[in-house]
Design a protein around this ligand. Structure first.
Ligand code: ADP
Length: 272
């Protein structure tokens, strides 16, 4: 299966209305088997390491990868697997939690802007400014008039970043409500996963439909040419990792990265 088929199945076309019911979280249709996926992933992890090195050496652009999902959607697992080949020196992961008092005293993009990867680096956001139109909207943490404006504000902010050579990719890891139930159940059963269980997550689960609606709006209003949203079928972890890795590698390859050429004639230099 080619990259075009994958993109067609996961990309939200800018301006298109996203209906999550049209995206099957169980989908595994573009990869022949789990084994084939694992082979591809291994290759992509190696490629990603090479591409990161060139991005770092070039020192002109940066890459921002945004991960959003319902609880137990697999953000942590995606970071752990897909980014496993990256050089920590050129890579930063930022997890966004409930805003601190200082963060809450600023505009909602303040803490986000500070975490944008520097030139040459890859930045990964585990949650992001999208929380400000998701949890904030679902729980009415600010009035409707305030969050309603944020879609446009986000688009303009991301446009500014892209004009400053930040390449942005946004992934929504799409799981079904039943899959979330299974994963929560697993957290209860497996002692090594107990720490991940939180009763608060069960409260959020009751708001599943509200969250899906909020996600649909965010994905519809904020998928742009300069910062596209991808809906990743995420019930199967191997397919999720495969799709995310394929998309990141394909995007980085399209940047036509290369190692900078020496400005002077190195052949004349002698090291004594
Ligand atoms: P995670 O679930 O990402 O592993 P946590 O369990 O610490 O990490 O959850 C972080 C919490 O912070 C989530 O409940 C999320 O909704 C919340 N959060 C993140 N950003 C905001 C925000 N801007 N406003 C309110 N809550 C937020």
């Amino acid at each position: 299966m080619g990259m075009k088929d994958l993109l067609r199945s996961i990309l939200i076309e800018p301006g298109a209305k996203c209906r999550l019911s049209e995206y099957d979280p169980e989908d595994i249709s573009l990869c022949s088997s789990k084994e084939a996926a694992q082979e591809d992933i291994a290759k992509d992890i190696t490629r990603l390491a090479k591409l990161q090195e060139m991005l770092y050496a070039e020192d002109r652009r940066s890459v921002l990868i945004i991960l959003q999902a319902m609880d137990a959607g697999g953000k942590d697992g995606t970071i752990k697997h897909v980014m496993s080949g990256l050089n920590p020196q050129g890579c930063e992961v930022t997890s966004f939690k409930v805003p601190s008092a200082e963060e809450a005293d600023h505009d909602f993009l303040w803490r986000i802007h500070k975490a944008v990867p520097r030139r040459g680096n890859i930045g990964i956001f585990n949650r992001s400014h999208y929380e400000d139109v998701l949890v904030v909207r679902v729980h009415n943490l600010v009035p409707r008039e305030v969050w309603k404006e944020r879609y446009d504000q986000i688009n303009r902010f991301e446009k500014l970043l892209s004009e400053m050579s930040v390449v942005i990719l946004k992934f929504f890891l799409h799981i079904s409500k039943e899959e979330q139930r299974k994963r929560f159940q697993e957290r209860l059963k497996d002692p090594s996963k107990n720490w991940k269980f939180s009763e608060l997550d069960l409260k959020e689960r009751e708001l599943w439909e509200d969250y899906q609606a909020a996600y649909e709006d965010a994905l519809s209003k904020c998928s742009t040419e300069w910062a596209p949203w991808y809906v990743i079928p995420a019930n199967h972890k191997w397919y999720r990792n495969w799709s995310v890795a394929r998309t990141i590698v394909d995007t980085l390859e399209s940047l036509k990265l290369s190692f900078p050429v020496a400005r002077t004639d190195l052949s004349k230099i002698q090291i004594k």
